[in-house]
Design a protein around this ligand. Structure first.
Ligand SMILES: Cc1cc2nc3c(=O)[nH]c(=O)nc-3n(C[C@H](O)[C@H](O)[C@H](O)COP(=O)(O)OP(=O)(O)OC[C@H]3O[C@@H](n4cnc5c(N)ncnc54)[C@H](O)[C@@H]3O)c2cc1C
Length: 418
């Protein structure tokens, strides 16, 4: 069977390796850091088939413009002279309309449903080796303005057959007594789930290692090796490696690996923050998204994680404390001795979501080098969509799966050029 090199050992790269191996490919996964240690580590761990509306949606631009340059807002663009950023923003605003959303929502819905189903299968197949709970998701609000926006999303979801129920303040507190104080109600999506993303990736890596997949950590890929119009492998800090196919699954760093002629990848890094507290005094049963703050609270066994914000500031590792503090404003309710102003910065996790202008991932192959594949651009849904991405990539590599042509057109790396 052909040898495929996967560049990137995040949730997407590891899930691709999983389904490629299942099809019989000989697989090597290369990462410049540790496996699963980038954006796939400290995220909120929500598996959200309910999230059918892409990031680029009507209202985002008007709301975003109000938030745009406010340092503590849920969505922030750090002003800078970067043509790629402003070209991305221009394309993004062009997708924030009803007709673009009407096109992308069914594609996203289909991917989300299939991925949620694959998660159930993976959880069973791995003897429940990772923390995964199918408790649903609470979208909590305080203000009526946010209730109305959530109602609209709920109507769209319900029209697609997604189960959703509105809870009054009293019903919310009955279901989740540890919902944040002053919550006025919530929309409950019972079929969503949550997991520990690090345990999930490790479970797959353990299984893959047993099956002969090689993982090369601390190995930076510096370029693609080419001969006679074919990609023949990768150039890495430790030396070249030959492969019959190469898959770029390098998250927000993917555009750096292939030039725009080989693979046009309009991906911008959307930085987000989280903090995980051990043994909080109070642990909620249900994961929650706080609508006003766009922040999440995820119970992870005997830990609790607070995550959120989206900051287009490039691949910049500096911590913006004002933005982080807005994410953890509710943390003292769960751990009364938690003091954000005393917090050591090394405990603040950040990750770069790979964001595309239309809110759909990029899954496809290079026209110039058909043996070069790509899977990136999953933005806020990279954990949720990792299994279906792996499955699509495996079919693409094996050149099977007729029905996929429609889906793969919508996800093509070349869709932005016309
Ligand atoms: C605060 C926050 C909360 C989130 N919450 C959720 C959630 O609840 N649910 C959800 O579905 N998604 C969520 N996400 C999004 C999700 O985390 C990402 O979409 C996902 O992790 C992207 O996975 P990836 O494998 O594409 O990228 P990454 O995990 O970033 O992996 C890319 C890998 O490529 C490697 N790499 C890069 N360049 C090279 C190179 N040159 N050579 C070798 N290796 C290289 C990197 O080291 C890295 O390990 C959240 C994100 C954030 C920031």
């Amino acid at each position: 069977m052909p040898h495929i090199i996967v560049i990137g050992a995040g949730a997407v790269g590891v899930c691709c390796a999983y389904y490629l191996r299942k099809k019989g490919f000989h697989v090597t996964v290369v990462d410049r850091g540790r496996i699963g240690a980038a954006c796939s580590a400290g995220n909120a761990g929500l598996i959200v088939p309910s999230h059918v509306i892409p990031l680029a949606a009507p209202g985002v631009v008007s709301q975003g413009l109000k938030w745009l340059f406010r340092r503590d807002s849920p969505f922030y663009i750090r002003p800078r002279l970067d043509p790629a950023l402003w070209s991305w923003v221009w394309r993004f605003t062009r997708h924030c309309n009803n007709s673009a959303v009407a096109k992308s929502t069914p594609v996203l819905h289909d991917l989300l449903q299939r991925s949620a189903h694959l998660f159930d299968e993976l959880f069973q197949a791995h003897e429940q080796a990772f923390y995964y709970r199918k408790k649903g998701l609470l979208m909590v609000y305080r203000q009526d303005k946010y209730r109305r926006a959530l109602q609209q999303d709920a109507d769209t979801a319900a029209a697609l057959g997604i189960a959703v129920r509105h809870l009054s303040q009293q019903e919310l507190v009955q279901l989740e007594p540890h919902a944040p104080a002053r919550s006025a109600g919530a929309f409950y999506y019972p079929n969503d789930a949550h997991l520990d993303p690090t345990q999930f990736i490790q479970a797959l890596v353990d299984r893959l290692s047993d099956q002969g997949v090689t993982f090369l950590e601390n190995t930076e890929v510096t370029g693609l090796e080419q001969e006679n119009g074919q990609v023949t492998g990768i150039a890495a800090a430790s030396g070249p490696l030959k492969g019959d196919m190469v898959l770029i699954a390098s998250g927000s760093w993917s555009p750096l690996l292939a030039g725009p002629k080989v693979l046009p990848l309009p991906v911008e890094a959307g930085k987000g923050y989280s903090i995980t507290l051990d043994q909080p005094k109070i642990t909620p049963t249900f994961p929650m998204i706080l609508s006003e703050e766009k922040a999440t609270i995820t119970p992870l066994g005997d830990r609790i994680r607070f995550a959120g914000t989206l900051e287009l500031s490039g691949l910049d590792h500096r911590v913006n404390r004002a933005r982080f503090e807005s994410v953890v404003a509710v943390a003292p309710q769960y751990q009364p001795d938690f003091q954000v102003d005393r917090l050591d910065e090394s405990r603040i996790w950040h990750g770069f979501r790979p964001c595309t202008p239309d809110g759909l991932p990029i899954i496809g192959r290079s026209k110039r080098h058909p043996n070069l594949l790509v899977a990136t651009g999953h933005a806020m849904l990279g954990i949720t969509l990792a299994p279906i991405t792996g499955s699509l990539i495996a079919n693409l590599a094996a050149e099977t799966g007729g029905e996929q042509a429609i889906t793969l057109n919508a996800l093509s790396p070349f869709r932005f050029s016309h």
